[in-house]
Design a protein around this ligand. Structure first.
Ligand SMILES: O=C(O)CCC(=O)C(=O)O
Ligand SMILES: [Fe+2]
Length: 199
C-alpha cells in the first residue's frame, strides 16, 4: 500500500475495507461496554470529543491537567486492545515496540479537536497510528511550531494516518465533520482510534 504524504503525515487512503471497519467497530463497542465514553474536561472547559481507551494506559484530562492513567475514571483497568486494531499497527507502523494505548475518540456532528501536538508520550521515535471511521473529517496538518502553515485534507472512513518522523511532533487537529449519516453511523458522527506507545 503506498501512502499519500502530506507534510510528513503518511495517509493510507481506504486502508480498511467495509468488513474490516465493521469488525473494528464491533470490537470497539465491546470495549465501550466495559469502559464507557466520558467527556474529558480541561482548564478551558469540557471537550467536544468524548473519549475512552483500551490497553495498559488511557489518556485522561481533568481540571488537574492531562496525563496517561492505567484506569478508567470509574476506577477499572482499561480493557485490552482488540486484535483487529492491533493488527493495523503490525501491518503499517513499522515499529519494534507494541502499542500501549488505543485512544477512542467519539465525535458527535459538531465536535472538533483543536490544533495540538501529541506530546504526552515518552518515546517520540514510536509513531502514532490513527484510524478514521464514519463521517468524513477535515484534518489539519502543520509543522512542529504552532505558527507553521497548515494544509487540510478530508479523511474518509477506513483511512489510516501515520504520524512518524517529523510529523510525529507536528501540530494537527480536526476542524469539523461532514454532517449527516454515514454507512457506518446512520445517526452521524465519527470514531477515531489512535494507537500509541506511551512509556
Ligand atoms: O480524530 C483525529 O483524526 C485526530 C485525533 C488526535 O489527534 C488525537 O487523538 O490526538
Ligand atoms: Fe493528536
Amino acid at each position: 500500500m503506498t501512502p499519500l504524504e502530506i507534510k510528513g503525515f503518511r495517509i493510507y487512503p481506504a486502508a480498511l475495507n467495509r468488513a474490516a471497519q465493521d469488525r473494528i467497530i464491533a470490537d470497539v463497542r465491546d470495549v465501550l461496554r466495559q469502559a464507557p465514553l466520558f467527556r474529558p474536561r480541561t482548564r478551558r472547559g469540557p471537550m467536544s470529543v468524548r473519549m475512552s481507551a483500551a490497553g495498559e494506559y488511557g489518556w485522561i484530562s481533568d481540571t488537574k491537567g492531562y496525563r496517561y492513567e492505567p484506569n478508567h475514571p470509574d476506577g477499572q483497568p482499561w480493557p485490552a486492545i482488540p486484535g483487529s486494531i492491533r493488527a493495523l499497527w503490525d501491518d503499517l507502523a513499522d515499529s519494534p515496540r507494541t502499542p500501549e494505548c488505543c485512544l477512542i475518540n467519539w465525535y458527535d456532528e459538531g465536535a472538533r479537536m483543536g490544533l495540538h501536538q501529541d506530546a504526552d508520550e515518552q518515546d517520540y521515535d514510536c509513531p502514532v497510528l490513527s484510524v478514521s471511521l464514519g463521517a468524513e473529517a477535515l484534518f489539519r496538518m502543520g509543522g512542529t511550531e504552532r505558527r507553521d502553515p497548515t494544509v487540510s485534507h478530508w479523511l474518509q472512513s477506513g483511512d489510516v494516518v501515520l504520524l512518524t518522523g517529523p510529523s510525529r511532533r507536528a501540530f494537527h487537529g480536526v476542524d469539523r465533520l461532514r454532517p449527516g449519516p454515514s454507512p457506518l453511523f446512520p445517526e452521524g458522527g465519527r470514531l477515531n482510534l489512535t494507537l500509541r506507545v506511551v512509556t
